[in-house]
Design a binder for this molecule. Sequence first.
Ligand code: ACO
Length: 379
Amino acid sequence: MPTDDQQVHRGLEGIAVAETRLSSIDGEAGELVIGGFPLDELAANATYEESVFLLWNDRLPTADELADFRTDLAARRAIDDEVREVLRRAAAEGKPAMDALRMGAAAANLGSDDGDPETDARRVVAAFPTIVATYWRYRQGEEPVAPREDLGHAANYLYMLTGEEPTDAAVRGLETYLNTVVDHGLNASTFTARVVVSTESDVVSAATAAVGTLKGPLHGGAPGPVLDMLTEVHERGDPEAYVRETLDAGERLMGFGHRVYRVRDPRASVLSSAAERFYEASGDDDFFETVQSFEDVAVDVLAEHKPDRSLETNVEFYTAALLHGVGVPRDLFTATFGVSRVGGWTAHCLEQLEDNRLVRPRARYVGDAGRTWTPAKER
Ligand code: ACO
């Protein structure tokens, strides 16, 4: 029987390893607070630049500060020719977008002196959309579209994907998404970023490592499959049959259930309203009707299927609906999550550095001891 100090906390579940003022999650009540604001208050009103400023500075910017911050970030968007070449190659080899983002992130400090943590943070936040959009243009067999400094962060991302100026409704939809997922407690990628800077490594390395963590299907990979499911149901109809077939086959229904939330994920509520506004404004609410009726049916059938476990809609369900609506391609959903979450990763890096302590847990050894060496030719 392990003693208390030998107790293993697999996956660090339930263990608090840092104090943070960045976001707070109440899984029972379904509440998320970001930078002191209830999620719905922040997500629907802020620009992404305001959310990032808030996380980095623990207050909203004044109008002048916001203008300066936007200008400064916009000036840091361009990427080097050599990085473009790597992204072209990644696209030509059919590497996933998250691999391309990892490669581009790793090279984000090429051509600049080693920056202080905040300069590095500004650089990665500014460059992430350019990296993803450049990769995507190559994947489409098109030339990249250079960033435009006169557009805000969200508008410029959509512009670089298509070469066309996005509608206000699409920009507001994407902006709401970026604000909604910018930070969420000590999730795996955020923890990764904090571990990296805790060694007094740098913010570019932390963001690169965090991209690698976000890539895994247990973290950022669900919205693509959610869109596939919604598209299939939209085409063939009968959501109830789809849900029952999926559950009868012993599969999980993507976009439902959460480790922390026992009620509807508050991010799903915010994204659902944003998606509804977007689809109404664009006059294409047919698809969104399918999404809503699918959710109603799925929640009822899941309750019947697992009466002892609350399985409610999670963030990924409406992420798929909203990102698809505003024109982000399915294959970029996880990378677009990274485009937002890099704001949270960098904020956590800066917070970690305010009062740093090397993150160094330990493992309980369960291997053999006292083996004796045998030379290779005698084994
Ligand atoms: N559909 C059907 N059954 C489910 C679902 C689901 N979406 N989610 C959980 N269950 C069932 C499990 O099969 C399990 O049943 P069992 O006790 O008979 O084995 C029970 O509910 C408990 O499931 P756990 O795996 O213990 O729940 P956990 O908290 O570990 O899982 C998770 C959370 C991974 C999100 C899970 O609900 C899931 O796989 N959902 C589908 C994938 C998805 O939407 N992922 C995105 C999550 S949001 C985010 O991470 C940003």
